[in-house]
Ligand binder design. Sequence first.
Ligand code: ZN
Ligand code: ZN
Length: 139
Amino acid sequence: MIRGRCLCGAVRFHVTAPFEYAGYCHCTRCRASSGSAFSASAGVRREYVQITSGAEYLSSHLRNTDVTSHFCRCCGSMLFLLVRDGRYAHIQMGTLEADPGIRPQYHMHVASKAPWHEITDTLPTFAELAPEAEGKAPT
Ligand SMILES: [Zn+2]
Ligand SMILES: [Zn+2]
């Protein structure tokens, strides 16, 4: 079990199963909502994420038909995205309070990455969605 929280601590959650995948997303929406070059998120089935306090402070923003971002309306921290018909949560790794064990495995949406950011590691890159994040990776 790993704990997560927003910047102000109003919203807290638990993740009760190991993450299945993790990666960096360079899409314009992740860049805008994080205010940074990319976001780092880790995927787990939605039922393993429990909001333990502050559910009333959790707001959501419909990014597109299949992605809803959830954030603290007190401090603005983006906490997780619900994707794939709400079956999976992509937890923003910066909100986790301990080492989740998993490490980001890919860069995705690099076709829309910030021109001022250079990827300097050797992880695989995907122009758009990574197969893992789409639920299409071979198991
Ligand atoms: Zn907050
Ligand atoms: Zn993104």
